[in-house]
Write a protein that binds this ligand. Sequence first.
Ligand code: HDE
Length: 674
Amino acid sequence: MAEHKNKKEEQLDQFKAKDEGQEMTTNQGLKVSNDEFSLKAGERGPTIMEDFYFREKMTHFDHERIPERVVHARGFAAHGEFETYESMKEFTKADFLSEAGKKTPVFVRFSTVVGSRGSGDLARDVRGFATKFYTDEGNYDLVGNNIPVFFIQDAIKFPDLVHALKPEPRSEIPQAASAHDTFWDFVANNHETAHMVMWQMSGRAIPRSYRMMEGFGVNTFRFVNEEGQAHFVKFHWKPALGVHSVVWDEAQKINGKNTDFHRQDAFEAIENGNFPEYELGVQLIKEEDEYKFDFDILDPTKIWPEEEVPVKIIGKMTLQRNVDNFFAETEQVAFHPGHVVPGVDFTNDPLLQGRLFSYTDTQLIRLGGPNFHELPINRPVCPFHNNQRDGYGRQTINIGKATYHKNSLSNNTPTPVSEKDGGYKHYSEKVEGQKVRARSDSFQDHYSQAVLFWNSMSSAEKEHIISAFSFELGKCKEISVRQQVVDMFANVNLKMAQEIARNIGVKEPMEGGSSVTSSSPAVSQANTVFKANTRKIAVLVAEGFHAKVKNMVEAMKEKGMEPEIISTHQGTIEGQEGVQMEAAETFMTTESVLFDAVYAVGGEKADNDYDKHTSYFVQEAFSHFKPIGASFGGKRVLENLSLSNEKGVIIDDEEDNFIKSFTDAVAAHRIWDR
Ligand code: HDE
C-alpha cells in the first residue's frame, strides 16, 4: 500500500495483533506451560475436567465457524482508495464526491452468488461487487453486481429465486450451478427473468478475472444536491483492463485445476503491485424526465442504454492492499445498500425497497447480534454516538447515565443535527396511494431489453449464449422444463430458440421473435478495452533451448505480460550459450486453462516427452481460442499439429516481429473467429 496510511488503515492498525515471537498464554493472559498434552489422571488415564486450558482451547475451536452468507458466500476482498475526478456538487452534496482529488478509503468484496464458501470460482454465476466507502460522513456502501439487471422486480420473490437457484433440497446437488430443474422451472414460470438470464448465459457469468469485470449498482438511486434538487442515478464501475471472459469448457476445467483461480489472480495482482483499477461512472436522469423512456426507470430488470443516457466518469478506485486476515475482514465485513451518506438517497424501485430490510437482518444472524458495526472492518472512520446500548459482544464502554432522547441530564445530547450541518434528511418525495399487492403496468414488458441485448451481441457472443442455454437445459431432467424455457426464449429470438431446441431434443418452437431492432453496442464485450497487461503466458521450454528465448521472455515482461517457465521438470533448465532459466511449474503441476496464451520454444533437439505434453497444452489452448506463439525448437510441435497457418498462431524467431504480433494477439484476448 502507499506509504501514507489513510484513516481506515490507521484505525485498523489499532486492532492488529502479532503473535509471532510472543509467549503463549490463555485468553485470560495466564502463561501456558504445555500445549501438547491434556491433563490426565495418569499417563494412560482419562482427561480430567479441571483442565481449563484444554476446555478453553477446544471450546473456542468448536465455535470457530459462523453461518456463511445465504447468498454471495464465497468471496475475495481488498483495501483501496477512491479518488474523485471532478466535483459532483451540481448533482449531489455527498462530501466524498465534492471536490476533484478527494480521496476516500474503500474496502471491496467480490463474490459468486450461489455456491457455498468452498465452491469453485468459475461457476456460471453472477458476481457480487460490493464497495464500502469509509467517508468522513459515515460509511457509504455501493452493493452491486457485475450484471446491470436482476432476475426479479420485487424483493418478495427473492427467497423463491434463491431457493430455485441453490442446490436441490433433497440431495444438495448441484453445488454452485444453475444447470438444474428448479432454477429453469423458476425462469420458465417467471418471465421477468428473461433479460437477466440472457446476460447470465453470456460470457459475463464466467469472467476471466475480478479485475476484468464491470460493476453495477443495478437499482436506481437518487443524487440530491445542496439545493434539494434530485436526479435519478445508476452506478457503474468500469475496469481499466476491460471486460473479458473465459469459455465454458475452460471454466469447468479451471474449477478442478485451481478452485481459487479468481481469488488467487486478484490476490497475486495486488501483491505484485498490479493494482486493480475501476472507474466510477454515473448515469443521471432529471426528476422531470422520469416518464420519458420506453421502460420504467425504476424497473431493476432494465438497463438505461448508455447510448441514450451516457455514463459520466467521476472517479477512480484502486485496490492496493490485501487483507491481513480473511475471517476478520473479508468474512466479517457487512454491506448494506441502506448505508448511505447525505446526497445519496433511494427510489421506489421495489427490489431496492426490500433490499433495504434484508441486509441488516441477515447480519444479525451471520454476525451474531446488533453490534457488528463495532467490528474493526465495519467501523466508520468518523465518530458515532447515539443511545443504542448493550447486546452480544458489545465493545464500546459508553459512559454516562442518560441513554435516551430527549434528556436534561446530558444536556439533551447526543444531539440530532440539522440538515445544514450534515444531518441526513430523506428526499421528500411526494408519495400517495392505496395499499395494494400489485405491480405497475409499466413493469410488464419482459422481453424488449432481452432482445436488445441479443441484438447487441457479436456472432461469437451469440454462439456462446446458445451453447450456454444448451448446456444448462441439457442438464435439466424434466423435459417439460426444457420445453417451457425454449418456448419462453422464442420471444427473444426464434432462431436462437430453435437451435437450442435441436441441441436439447425438444420441439422447435414455430412462432415467436420480436419486432425490437435496437441494440446497445456498449453491452457487447467486443467493444471493451483490450490490453496485454498482466496476461499470463505459459512459456514451454526444454533442455537446450535457444539462447534468445530469454530475451523474448524479458521483452514480454516489458510489455506488461507475465511469462511463466514450464518444462518437463522443475528447477534450472540449461539453454544454449550458457543461458539458464528457472522452471516454476511442470506439465504435471499446471495446465493451459490457467494461462492466457502459450509460447512454445522447445529445446535443442526433439524430445518426445516435451513434444507430447506441449501438443496437448497447445491443442487445448487452441480450442479455447487463445493466442499461440512458437519460435526455435517449438515450431516443430505446431507443424506436426498442422496449426502453423491458423489465425492467432504466431511463428517467428526474430524478436521485434514476434513480440509485436504476439502482444497484439494477447491484447485481443481471444481469437474468436478461428
Ligand atoms: Fe443481495 N443480499 N439481495 N443483491 N447482495 C446479500 O447480504 C438481497 C441483490 C449483493 O460481499 C445478503 O450480507 C435481496 C441485487 C452483493 O458481503 C442478503 C435482494 C444486488 C452481496 C441479500 C438482493 C445484490 C449481497 C446475503 C433482492 C446487486 C454480497 C449476505 C431484493 C445490486 C455482499 C449479506 C458481500 C448479499 C439480500 C438482490 C448484491 C441476504 C433480498 C439486485 C454484492 O441480505
